[in-house]
Write a protein that binds this ligand. Sequence first.
Ligand code: ZN
Ligand code: ZN
Length: 155
Amino acid sequence: MTDLITSIVINAAIVCAGIIGMEFFVIAFHRYVMHGVLWRIHHTHHAPTKHPLELNDVFVAFFMSIAFTLLLVGGFTSWTFLVGVGVAIYGTAYFVMHDMIIHKRFLRQPLPTNRYLQAVYRMHMAHHRHVTNDTGEAYGMFLVLPRYWQRTSAS
Ligand SMILES: [Zn+2]
Ligand SMILES: [Zn+2]
């Protein structure tokens, strides 16, 4: 019985590591790749558009391919599968938060008054104020830096 509990705790910890690790991977990838060599693709997300699709959406496919690769590469009993579950959970949460709640894709609700959601929104709007690739801030999504919790700081 304790073996079962131990393995559940270890498996859950690996999934959590996948989720948390993705936030840091995204911060680095967004900062140095999307705002670096692939800025030509990502700038379509920083420019206002009326079109429902952006070239930037190829990154959704890219992150999905990472999740699928991890899910499939080692089989269901491998640690890579568990990391893949974490990546898939993170990717889904990112899409709901970034695309649906913040940018109102497929969702027309006003932003909830929840303090955390407001802070995430404020931080991401601060990121969007930058329209060139060399200056910027707030490349993450869920880890809200302290200064964005203040209502007066931005947005
Ligand atoms: Zn950006
Ligand atoms: Zn955005």
